[in-house]
Write a protein that binds this ligand. Structure first.
Ligand SMILES: C[S@@+](CC[C@H](N)C(=O)[O-])C[C@H]1O[C@@H](n2cnc3c(N)ncnc32)[C@H](O)[C@@H]1O
Length: 231
């Protein structure tokens, strides 16, 4: 992967960035996503935010070598603090981090959100708490995808702030749109997850120390939900 050839995961993220957007790519690492989108003429400008020095320098280098430094600003900042009011950001990508981390970045950075931005989120696990945050903050999920690359299942969640929205506990767990679409990738992911849950339950059964009952019940409930959804 580089700034010209993105991974399939980042290609699918890129496909959800509106043409002409002013993008903030938070946790940009190497900066490949904003540079690829600018090279293609797909976005107008971008901010690449990084909290860690090594990836920040990597992003600076990618941007400098691409000759796009006039239109991509690389900032060393924690989460949405990379976004400044004058940036006029219209889309935010937060990719390749745990869902809880993405949620915490959104929650602690609320002051930097205008509410007009499209959020394109690619959590590595922790989708349920992330969807919970979206619902609690008036974001409707417009599009969802599951994809498999390099033996990992990835999810992409696209959301915009529309006002109050209510999702059921199962919709928060599986994804309100995915639960309807039941794509082949979705079914394969949840078949795999069911095996993981069943293995966990059998470990619990053999554990030397008693596992708290509420934990057992939670996993058992998830296994039941998955079984019902796969039927
Ligand atoms: C695994 S990389 C993903 C890079 C790229 N977004 C992708 O999907 O390929 C996660 C990056 O997020 C950065 N990161 C983690 N927490 C962050 C935060 N609070 N603010 C900005 N960047 C953060 C890390 O330093 C790391 O470079």
């Amino acid at each position: 992967m580089n700034e010209q050839t993105l991974s399939m995961r980042l290609e699918r993220v890129a496909a959800h960035v509106p043409v002409g957007a002013r993008l903030a790519d938070i946790g940009s690492d190497h900066g490949y996503l904003p540079v690829a989108l600018l090279r293609r003429g797909a976005i107008a400008a971008a901010v690449a935010g990084e909290v860690a020095l090594t990836p920040f320098h990597a992003a600076e280098r990618t941007v400098r070598e691409s000759g796009q430094a006039q239109r991509i600003t690389v900032r060393l900042a924690n989460g949405l603090a990379a976004i400044e009011p004058g940036d006029g950001i219209t889309a935010i990508t937060l990719c390749g981090m745990g869902g809880e981390t993405i949620r915490d970045i959104l929650d602690s950075g609320k002051a930097h959100l205008s509410g007009q931005e499209r959020l394109i989120l690619q959590p590595n696990g922790g989708e349920q708490p992330l969807r919970q945050w979206l619902m609690d903050n008036g974001y409707r999920i417009l599009c969802e995808e599951v994809l498999r690359e390099n033996r990992f299942d990835y999810e992409i969640i696209v959301a915009e702030r529309t006002g109050p929205v209510v999702y059921s506990a199962e919709e928060l767990y599986f994804g309100p749109l995915q639960i309807q679409a039941r794509s082949p990738a979705f079914l394969v992911k949840w078949q795999r997850m069911l095996r993981v849950k069943q293995k966990t339950l059998s470990h619990f059964g053999r554990a030397r120390q008693a596992v708290p009952e509420d934990k057992v019940q939670e996993i058992a409930r998830q296994a039941r939900w998955i079984t019902e959804r796969l039927a």
